[in-house]
Design a protein around this ligand. Structure first.
Ligand code: HEM
Length: 295
């Protein structure tokens, strides 16, 4: 799996190690493929940005990242920006000045009140020093503590486990597959080459549709909503006595493609058709082999 870059809204000190992550300048387009967004302290205004289109653009960018649920690590004025995006009031005046751990334990000149959706993990007088809201981690101090940075990077590398989507889910599930197959078999029955073969062998169309639906659900890694058993069988054995020829197979695939394209996005249709083509190739091979023997 390719991992997108980590983005930053302002340049980071070159001495900063980002544990091998490629850190690139943030842009709205780049957000789509990013793994996370850094909003460093830049000392620029947060509350009063009327005459600063660049600051408006930045607020829009950070808001885009938050809406997408992209992991955001913001500190100093960056944390104030993130707070503003989340609807918090912006306060002016350094909190905790003159503390022992200067830098780490002060807020930036501008800092955000606790956003409504956030919870604070540390306070510094009235200021939330470390707070989190969804995928946003904000540190009100100008200097980002190393531990926080490390924690953020570690979580980027271990994405929350998610079952990979099955091809069936990509297509839109059983509720998309069923009407597609019904449509396909309607086309096949009306076709001059295929129709007679089906007419000769299928009398119970409901049962046939159930069988092919179960077949496709199983092939696409899914499970029937009805909780029915996975399809088991041997396509070659099933088709061997039907007198299926190359011309049938080509027609079958053409109609299948037409039905897929009528019901699915181009990407999803391609996925389904390529599965059918792979199976068709095997059906074709076996058939050619069998007829070679019989002659
Ligand atoms: C990639 C191509 C094809 C696929 C994936 C496919 C798939 C299937 C499946 C899953 C079944 C039902 C199996 C079951 O009952 O459990 C079936 C049955 C059948 N197929 Fe195909 N098929 C293909 C090509 C063709 C072609 C080219 C024909 C020619 C007209 C054809 C005619 C039939 C017929 C008549 C049956 C019913 C057999 C019976 O119940 O006696 N199939 N097919």
């Amino acid at each position: 799996m390719t991992v997108g870059p980590l983005l930053t809204t302002s340049p980071l000190p070159t001495t900063d190690g980002w544990a091998g992550w490629t850190v690139q300048p943030a842009s709205t387009g780049a957000l789509l493929h990013a793994v996370g967004l850094l909003v460093p302290h830049d000392g620029q205004p947060v509350r009063n940005v009327q005459h600063r289109p660049d600051r408006w653009a930045l607020l829009t960018l950070v808001s885009g990242a938050v809406r997408r649920g992209l992991p955001v690590l913001a500190w100093g004025t960056g944390a104030a920006l993130a707070g503003r995006v989340l609807g918090a009031a912006i306060h002016t005046g350094i909190q905790g000045e003159g503390g022992q751990m200067e830098g780490e334990e002060n807020t930036a000149e501008e800092w955000a009140a606790l956003p409504r959706t956030a919870h604070a993990e540390r306070w510094l007088a009235e200021a939330p020093l470390l707070w989190r809201a969804g995928a946003v981690t904000a540190w009100a101090g100008e200097i980002l503590p190393a531990a926080l940075k490390l924690e953020f990077l570690t979580r980027l590398k271990t994405p929350t486990p998610r079952m990979p989507a099955t091809p069936l889910e990509h297509l839109g599930g059983e509720e998309i597959l069923r009407p597609l197959l019904a449509d396909f078999y309607a086309r096949a029955r009306a076709d001059t080459a295929l129709g007679p073969v089906f007419a000769a062998h299928v009398s119970d169309w409901e049962a046939h549709l159930e069988a092919v639906t179960a077949f496709w659900i199983t092939m696409l890694g899914g499970q029937a909503q009805s909780g029915g058993p996975p399809w088991r069988g041997n396509l070659n054995h099933i088709h061997a006595p039907l007198g299926v020829r190359g011309v049938h197979l080509a027609r079958w695939l053409t109609l299948f493609r037409a039905a897929a394209e009528a019901h699915l996005s181009p990407d999803a249709a391609q996925l389904l058709v390529s599965r059918a083509e792979a199976m068709g190739a095997r059906l074709g091979q076996k058939r050619a082999g069998a007829s070679a023997h019989s002659h």
